[in-house]
Design a protein around this ligand. Structure first.
Ligand code: SF4
Length: 73
């Protein structure tokens, strides 16, 4: 799997935005931003990525899910 497919893409109005993705978490301070825990580094650790525009960003790892679903990561 190419690492490039995880690259975040800003797509205004996307239906596959991070806000609907089970890997996304809203930022506590500014909910228009968030972070993503969907990627892991080569050591298997979670690679937490900042999302600058939580509502208009997507990536190749988008996975629709309950946004409150957290426990398996
Ligand atoms: S996996 Fe992709 S679409 Fe999902 S929260 Fe992370 S960056 Fe956004």
């Amino acid at each position: 799997m190419a690492a490039g497919s995880y690259d975040m893409v800003v797509e205004p109005g996307t239906t596959k935005s991070c806000v609907n993705c089970k890997w996304g978490n809203a930022d506590f301070v500014n909910p228009l931003r968030g972070n993503c825990v969907g990627a892991k580094n080569h050591m298997g650790g979670i690679w937490k990525r900042m999302i600058m525009d939580y509502y208009n960003t997507t990536c190749g790892k988008y996975e629709e899910g309950d946004v409150n679903f957290r426990d398996h990561v």
